[in-house]
Design a protein around this ligand. Structure first.
Ligand SMILES: [Fe+2]
Length: 231
């Protein structure tokens, strides 16, 4: 399998390029628009053809490269069915299969950070978007976020995956590249709660700053901006 984890320093976003390696089809998850050329270069160097692009949710901290990549490669644009993006080709529901040659991802609806957040399970690993981060979780106070939904997504869905499952989030701010479900259960301070009520109380008292890019990124991601619309 070919598995590339690329990092955007400005937004601390992780982008993933996946291919079976046996075939030449590739899939990309959570691309950042400014890095489009970089992704295309990696794909070219690996002799891969991009066929699908997925955003785990409508991002508020960067403009997605989803539509630009699709414009340049004709790949299909995929998001969950609750996405408000106006440029999506394939909307997936919970527990649907997304296939490229020799690779299969299963969608898991994990709302809470946003109401459109999905995670994607691929054999031994799960792409968790901002639902589950390494040693943290995504905030729930914007974009139709809901802490009760986040609790359910975390405790009743993601943490129920096999303990050895590798966790690959959409961001990390501390230089960590991945984790495991087991490790997050043991060490993630946001998961040390005993009920949805306790979790909600914790989330209500987090006091984070207003997201700097939100008023630019969210409308751009709903419209599906391409590079010519970004200054
Ligand atoms: Fe997010």
């Amino acid at each position: 399998m070919i598995f590339e984890q690329l990092f955007d320093t400005k937004s601390s976003t992780y982008t993933y390029i996946v291919s079976s390696g046996k075939s030449r089809e590739a899939l990309i998850i959570d691309p950042v628009i400014e890095n489009t050329d970089k992704y295309l270069k990696v794909l070219k160097n690996l002799d891969l053809k991009l066929v699908k692009v997925i955003d785990t949710h409508i991002h508020a901290d960067h403009i997605s490269g989803l539509n630009e990549l699709s414009k340049r490669t004709k790949c299909s644009k995929i998001m969950g069915e609750h996405s408000s993006s106006e440029v999506i080709d394939i909307h997936v529901k919970d527990n649907e299969k997304i296939k490229i040659e020799n690779i299969e991802l299963i969608s898991i609806y994990t709302p809470g950070h946003t109401d459109c957040s999905y995670s994607f399970l691929m054999k031994d690993r799960v792409f968790t978007g901002d639902t589950l981060l390494i040693n943290g979780i995504g905030r729930t106070d914007f974009q139709s976020g809901n802490s009760y939904d986040a609790y359910d997504s975390l405790f009743n869905k993601l943490l129920k995956l096999p303990e050895k499952t590798l966790v690959y989030p959409a961001h990390d701010y501390n230089g960590k590249k991945n984790s495991t479900i087991e490790n997050e259960k043991k060490t993630n301070p946001k998961l040390r709660v005993s009920s949805a009520e306790e979790f909600t109380e914790m989330m209500n008292n987090i006091n984070l700053e207003y997201p700097k890019m939100m008023d630019i990124a969210v409308p751009a991601n709903i419209k599906g901006f391409t590079l010519d619309q970004v200054n």
